[in-house]
Design a protein around this ligand. Structure first.
Ligand SMILES: [Zn+2]
Length: 293
């Protein structure tokens, strides 16, 4: 309980209005920009710091994507019957990077649901259905400059209209010497959650992140995972009917998921990146770039 209050106090210190990036004054039910007086709601303790236009746009994507699955599929009992993921995650550095920081360090996680594990993590998403601390648009992060030691943004950049803008916002809210950790797909099927816009090669990802000094980068899920995904989705393409389409994904999911383990044989192979499922990049803000040999 006490830690929750500490966290709330820490969040309040770094929050800024999305309109002017100015300080916010707060009352019980809303926050207001001290500069232009724009008001933002707080719903069930969650500040909704998103500009009206971005909110509207996001809600229209969300309405479309919700129609693609049956509501009964969301029931926990049904979800337990679903096949395991067809993607084998080869690299996950979240814990390692967070563990390097002191207990007071503030971490921002964009686009992942809230976990109880770490206290000083602020979870942010534009989707009100995701369990987060703040509802906001990644194109306009509602924080003052240099607020965070670590920003985690995994499998989000393919879903934003303008990845470059989001990356420059991450750069702005990171402290000097702070770390960014991103993951992006290359060969992964179109997935509206709620909208899907981009794919990235490793050089493309590095170019996107070029304001940061690279610490490390590489394949985070391999070709066998990419193949399993395609094989899972492919048979369903012959069905126009939504139930048959979903059922096919369910059945083929169970049949093909073990394929992903072939990625354990492909890790470190010279050409594996050509058909990778996803890539990761870890970078630092303001660190001297290594001179190229
Ligand atoms: Zn304002």
């Amino acid at each position: 309980m006490e830690s929750e209050t500490t966290k709330e106090r820490r969040i309040a210190k770094v929050l800024a209005s999305p309109c002017c990036l100015a300080a916010l004054s707060s009352s019980e039910e809303h926050l207001a920009c001290r500069k232009c007086k724009a008001e933002y709601k707080v719903e069930q303790g969650r500040p909704i710091l998103i500009l009206p236009q971005a909110k509207k746009r996001f809600e229209s994507f969300l309405a479309k994507s919700e129609k693609q699955i049956f509501s009964f599929e969301k029931r926990p009992m049904i979800r337990r019957l679903f096949p395991p993921s067809e993607t084998l995650r080869l690299v996950n550095k979240e814990e390692e990077l967070a563990a390097k920081l002191g207990p007071e360090a503030l971490i921002l996680n964009i686009g992942s649901p809230k976990e109880k594990k770490r206290e000083m993590v602020i979870y942010l998403d534009a989707n009100p259905l995701v369990k987060t601390d703040i509802i906001a648009d990644a194109h306009r992060l509602p924080f003052v400059n240099e607020s965070f030691e670590l920003v985690i943004c995994r499998f989000v950049l393919e879903h934003v209209c303008n990845p470059q803008k989001v990356v420059s916002e991450i750069h702005r809210v990171l402290k000097q010497g702070g770390t960014v950790y991103v993951d992006v797909p290359l060969l992964y099927p179109h997935h509206d959650s709620p909208a899907d816009f981009h794919r990235f090669t490793l050089p493309g990802l590095k170019e996107l992140m070029s304001d940061f000094s690279e610490v490390e980068s590489g394949m985070s899920a391999g070709p066998a995972s990419a193949l399993a995904c395609v094989l899972r989705g492919f048979p369903g393409l012959f069905f126009e009917n939504k139930l048959l389409f979903r059922l096919s994904k369910f059945i083929f999911g169970w049949l093909v998921f073990p394929l992903k383990y072939l990625d354990l044989l492909l890790v470190g192979r010279k050409h594996a990146y050509l058909l990778a499922s996803s890539f990761y990049f870890i970078g630092q803000k303001g660190r001297q770039k290594k001179p190229s040999p």
